[in-house]
Write a protein that binds this ligand. Sequence first.
Ligand code: 2P0
Length: 320
Amino acid sequence: MKKIARAHTNIALIKYWGKADAKLRLPLMSSLSMTLDKFYSDTYLEKTDGPNTFILNGELQSNSTKDRVFKYLELLKNKYGITDNLIVNSINHVPTAAGLASSSSAFAALAAAFCNYYELDLSKKELSRLARLGSGSASRSIYGGFAVWNKGTSDESSYAYALEEHPQMDLHLIAVELNAQPKKLSSTKGMQLAQTSPFFKPWIDRNDLELKDMESAIHADDFTKLGSLAELNASEMHAVNSTAVPGFTYFEPDTIKAIKLVQNLREQGIECYYTIDAGPNVKVLCQLRNIKNIVKAFETSFNNVNIVVASFGSGISYLD
Ligand code: 2P0
């Protein structure tokens, strides 16, 4: 049996930023993402006579990361009537240099490793639902290419599906790490607070329209439309953060500098768009012909910036 489950991280072009049900991780909006090739988590399980154990990148974990993994493991075990204690072995191939969160790949890989280990034979839809219970964005990492997480209204109806698993679109993502410090406000807390913004409801009301527009940009292979919509959606997410009560921001001064750089590059005819998640780092969407110039511009404008260029990654896979 192939024992390692591999899941790639994904970046939302239409963001998930609010829960309708925190326990079931049902979102307030549907989201759409691009799975990335360069960043992934490999996970496998072993039974143990000792207590549950989590080993990440070869190191025994004893912090809050471990608590979240064990809580999820208990949920999986209870759901399928399993009483074994387990060792979770994970390797995150998400370079710290990328400044990307790894919870999407981590919980997708763990869900897949568990189902694989116990030969549960779940459909991808069921696996997506299960991964969602670990971390919302993990529901989308079951698939390669473009995935949509349909918000649904219940555990059964909230899952992701593949919009296009092997897109031919000329789309690349330049992950720019401006700041390697761990974020001060978790996504879970940030998305709770965001709901106090007077602009939160108007934003949610636009979700169907933005999702439909993004899907049609993908189907039409329209990079300009895709990039503009992704940038708008990310800006809306950060606008509701800054107008929450109390307001907050994930931006650092360098984040603003990077936004301006993207705008300047665009004015010079180098087409690119930014998207930003729950942290200060910036991801730049662009086409192949502009990668070199954009990377050069970031290296010139920032000292010691870490840059990783990614494109489409695949869905869940299993390895020996
Ligand atoms: C997303 N993010 O759609 C959004 C955009 C960050 C900004 O999903 O609480 O770690 O585990 O369900 O998935 C980060 O939140 O949140 C996230 P939980 P998750 O990718």
